[in-house]
Design a binder for this molecule. Structure first.
Ligand code: BGC
Length: 417
């Protein structure tokens, strides 16, 4: 009898602790920078799915579009030996975190869920460190969009531009009608977002690759770059005095409310129109930025997972699994403005801008016009991105000539290499 009781005791203890290690409820602390209306609504879907499986979501939001503030906070938490279970980290930076030896190997989830088959190979490769999955992708955003308010264009007698010349004409008409042509968010990452869009739109894909992906100093100080920088400065006269420091979603709100005609921004801006109950091609028009109809500057959000206590492993892996499941891919991306990263999803539930993005994504990948975003950390290492962003922001916010700025750009990038 005593022996039986003893065995029973051992079994109970095993079932409690063994279960926690394998599949019991746990907590996932998630660091992210999705704090705007559209972003928060999108992330809430993941939280709900995780909680429905009995796990706890500990939210660790660090405000600041583009994620630069979030990355600073993440580094200090990691240095203190206390990283969150999951953090929004993208592109080449995943390799840097892999080098630190702090990431959870997700191969068991990946194998069970067939990630190698449901993800495009280029995406899967970004998520792997030395051949093992350490990150899970969420979506595909396109950077080179222009978000327009058709009522503003109509009031001004302007048409939505497809070239930079047409853009200037439209801006002059909108200004003459007493409205703001361009809603501008004066923060370095937003200026870099418009800058890289102009690189693609003014000088084409090859020059984009040379400058924004290979960071070739000769191309960075070329006459073509001078032309790009002059185009960027040209836009400034069509922005309002409230632009410096403005958050991207407040700029989107200016277009939504009809105070401004257009905004250059990645398609997370669509998440704001959706959250405000607006309909594409009725309340707003999403068009590729001038000169970029065939290009797709891509930006893939992903979460890396840090090593966690045994009791939270199941929760962490559940989050990784849920992110790539079809239902989440559909609902999240509809809210977020992006397109699914999981292949083979039906287009049917998605709106016209998302369908255009899906079509352009596959066409650009065939034509060689699918390129990674520099501003959104998909193309170059953080030091080079920082050098480019500083040079662009210094130029945009000063009286420096485009010639001098191009030289400064090349010098800064060389120093960062
Ligand atoms: C992220 C988006 C986010 C945007 C604004 C980008 O870098 O990829 O998911 O919505 O920044 O914060």
């Amino acid at each position: 009898m005593r022996i039986f009781k003893c065995v029973l005791f051992v079994l109970i203890i095993f079932s409690i602790f063994g279960c926690q290690g394998k599949g019991g409820p746990g907590e996932v602390e998630v660091l992210h920078w999705w704090t705007s209306g559209g972003e928060a609504a999108s992330l809430a879907v993941l939280k709900q799915l995780l909680e429905a499986e009995g796990h706890t979501w500990k939210d660790f939001a660090v405000a600041g579009g583009g994620g630069d503030q979030a990355m600073t906070v993440l580094k200090s938490r990691a240095v203190a030996g206390n990283p969150p279970a999951a953090a929004q980290v993208k592109g080449p930076q995943i390799q840097l975190w892999g080098d630190e030896g702090v990431l959870t190997n997700l191969d068991d989830v990946a194998k069970a869920e067939n990630w190698d088959a449901i993800l495009p190979k280029v995406v899967a490769d970004i998520m792997k460190y030395k051949g093992n999955y350490v990150a899970v992708p969420v979506n595909v955003h396109r950077i080179n969009w222009m978000w327009c308010n058709p009522a503003v264009f109509e009031k001004a007698g302007a048409t939505i531009p497809t070239t930079w010349e047409e853009f200037e004409t439209a801006c002059q008409k909108i200004q003459a009608a007493g409205l703001i042509p361009v809603a501008w968010g004066g923060q370095p990452w937003q200026e870099a977002t418009v800058f890289e869009t102009i690189v693609a739109g003014v000088s084409g894909t090859d020059f984009y690759k040379k400058t924004m992906v290979q960071a070739d100093p000769a191309a960075l100080e070329s006459d073509t770059m001078v032309k790009v920088l002059n185009t960027l400065k040209m836009i400034k006269q069509y922005t309002d005095p409230g632009a410096p420091g403005r958050d991207w979603n407040l700029a989107t709100a200016m277009v939504i409310k009809g105070e401004a005609g257009m905004q250059f921004m990645g398609d997370w801006a669509k998440g704001e129109f959706t959250a405000a109950g607006k309909t594409p091609d009725v309340d707003y028009v999403a068009a590729p930025a001038p000169g970029t109809a065939k290009q797709f500057l891509f930006n893939i959000d992903s979460f890396i997972m840090f090593k966690v206590a045994k009791k939270n492993e199941a929760a962490q892996k559940a989050m990784a699994r849920l992110i790539l499941q079809p239902k989440f891919q559909e609902v999240f991306n509809i809210n977020k403005g992006s397109i699914p990263v999981r292949m083979g999803m039906s287009e049917e539930p998605f709106d016209a801008p998302a369908r255009l993005a899906m079509k352009d994504f596959s066409e650009s990948s065939r034509s060689g016009d699918l390129v990674p975003s520099m501003a959104h950390e998909m193309a170059v290492m953080p030091a080079i991105r920082g050098a480019i962003m500083d040079a662009v922001t210094n130029f945009y916010n000063s009286d420096m000539t485009a010639e001098a700025a191009a030289k400064q750009l090349a010098t800064a990038v060389k120093a960062a290499m």
